[in-house]
Every structure is written in C-alpha cells, then in structure tokens.
Design a binder for this molecule. Structure first.
Ligand code: ADP
Ligand code: MG
Length: 286
C-alpha cells in the first residue's frame, strides 16, 4: 500500500549542493546532542476511524541526524512517519490531532496546505517506486513540475548532482535515457532517493527502505543515509535492530501506539531506562 503513494513535490531550500562519493557502510552511533531540533511533535494522537493508532506522542527530531523509529509490527511507526508529511490525510477516515512544529510552524494545522508540506519533507518507501520513465526523467520530474531550473544545461547539472549525491551516477551515467524500471532493486531505491534529493527537501522520511534489498544494496543505502544527514534531517523506520544501531544517532521505541522511550541510539541500545525497551532490543519481545 505504501509503495503506491509517492511524493515528488518538494521545493528547494538554499542548501549547498555537494558531490558525495560512495563510502563504506558507516557504523556511527554517536550522540548528536548539538543538532538543533528540526521537527517537534506535540501530543500527537492518530486515528483510523474509531481506532486510535497513536497515543499522545511527544518527540523532538533533530536536524542533521538520523532518527530511527523501532518497535513491533503494528505499533504505529509508519503512521507516525506519515504524520510528518501529512500523508495520513490521503487515507479516508484517518485524522491526526496535535502539533507538528517545523521551524516554528505547525504543519499539521488545517490552514497549512499538505502539498506544501510534502514539498519540504520527502518520503522513500519500502518498495522502490521509480516512475515508468527514463532515469533522467525520473530525476527531472520534480524540478520540471516546480520549475526549479533555468536552462536545459541547468537541468542536466541538477540531474547529475542528484544522482551523484545518491551515489548512483557512475552506474547510470551511460544509460540516462533508459527506463528507471530496468535498474536493480538497490539501484532503483537510490534512484528514488536521487529523485527526492533533486528538489532539496529539508527532511527525508524512509519507511523500511532496505527491507526489499539484498545485503550489498542495503550497505549502499546505509552509507548513503549517513552522507545525506550532513544536509538533511532523516527519519527511518526499520524493523532491524542492527540497522538502527548502524545508521541512526537517535532512536525512538514504540509499543502499541505509544512512544515508550527515546534517546541517543547508544543509550537506547546499551542502557535503556525501561525494561520494556530492554526486552524489545534484546529480542525477548516483539
Ligand atoms: P507499524 O508501521 O509500526 O507496523 P502502522 O503504523 O502501520 O504500524 O499501524 C499502526 C496501527 O494502525 C495498526 O494497528 C494498524 O493495523 C493500523 N493501521 C495502519 N494503517 C491503517 C489504515 N490505513 N487503516 C486502518 N488502520 C490502519
Ligand atoms: Mg510500518
């Protein structure tokens, strides 16, 4: 279901662009205490019809940091991720109470256009969802929709830069006019990430982005995530404890719609405050 929903309407920010070469998978779990809050969640309650899926979630999500959402299936991780870019608005009968403050503005407020929100907060799903068009056109789609470039040369440059940042350029530079659907699963996921990057989102949400990928493709995506956080705020849902430990600096543990504990990934994995967290991360539960 998730894979059917896509967002390619992000708008540019003034972030400097950089070429990001592929690096070895990062093993970084250091605390990111210095990073300023990018998104503040206040009293989030989410409902599907009568059924409540999230209960009074309060959480600060820092910039330039990877925050992992962990917890057993059905605990509300994807629901909360979808709150962050108003994607639950697209689900009939769903509604979300509470404030989601980004740069001081409550993006959950009815006055805020969800399309505008999604221009700033991109989403990557479990199953890679390239558009049925060329590699070049996949990347150019957002910039064309939002007229983010001047000349054709500008667009070419933006496409190349986005593919380089997604660590895909070298693999596709000779086949830009070929279909994005012809790429491997791992390449498709990097293509989708490049497509998201082409419109310079401030935040990238990833819902189990590696669960359809093999270990080598997973390592590529994890290395990429570590590079991307230099210029973005990243939130990743993962059911893999090992992945959360590898890629994130902050971790939030959920159980049955409640945020149980959050903190630095080091702290959550080595010294959780609550037995419930300990039981989950050691595999005794969930
Ligand atoms: P997770 O991502 O942690 O597995 P979800 O956010 O998908 O959890 O689901 C949280 C709860 O909300 C579950 O009980 C699930 O059945 C319910 N839920 C999720 N999506 C929908 C939907 N579109 N309609 C109704 N209930 C839903
Ligand atoms: Mg989910």
């Amino acid at each position: 279901m998730d894979a059917a929903m896509t967002t390619d309407t992000q708008q540019p920010t003034a972030r400097p662009s950089r070429t990001m070469p592929m690096a070895a998978p990062a093993v970084t779990s250091t605390s990111a205490a210095a990073a300023p809050t990018r998104i503040r969640l206040e009293h989030i309650n989410a409902f599907y019809g009568q059924k409540q899926a999230l209960f009074d979630v309060n959480l600060d999500i820092p910039d330039n940091t990877v925050t992992a959402f962990i917890g057993a299936s059905g605990c509300g991780k994807s629901t909360l991720l979808r709150c962050l870019n108003r994607m639950n608005d697209t689900i009939p009968g769903a509604h979300v109470d509470g404030a989601i403050r980004m740069d001081g503005t409550d993006i959950n407020s009815p006055e805020i256009d969800p399309v505008q929100v999604r221009t700033r907060i991109g989403m990557v799903f479990q199953k890679p969802n390239p558009f049925p068009m060329s590699i070049y056109d996949n990347i150019a789609y957002g910039p064309r929709t939002h007229k983010l470039y001047g000349s054709k040369a500008d667009l070419d440059e933006l496409v190349e830069r986005s593919l380089r940042r997604a660590a895909l350029w070298d693999e596709v530079k000779d086949r830009l006019n070929k279909s994005g659907l012809g790429l491997s699963g791992g390449q498709q996921q990097r293509l989708v990430i490049a497509r998201t990057l082409a419109v310079s989102p401030a935040v990238i949400l990833m819902d189990e982005p590696c669960s359809a990928l093999d270990p080598i493709a997973t390592a590529h995506i994890e290395a990429l995530i570590d590079q991307l956080r230099e210029h973005t705020c990243i939130v990743i849902v993962t059911h893999s404890m090992a992945q959360a430990a590898r890629v994130s600096q902050r971790t939030a543990f959920f159980h049955m719609g409640k945020l149980i504990e959050s903190g630095s990934t080091d702290q959550i994995f080595t010294m959780p405050k609550l037995d419930q967290t300990q039981d989950y991360i050691t595999g005794r539960f969930g």
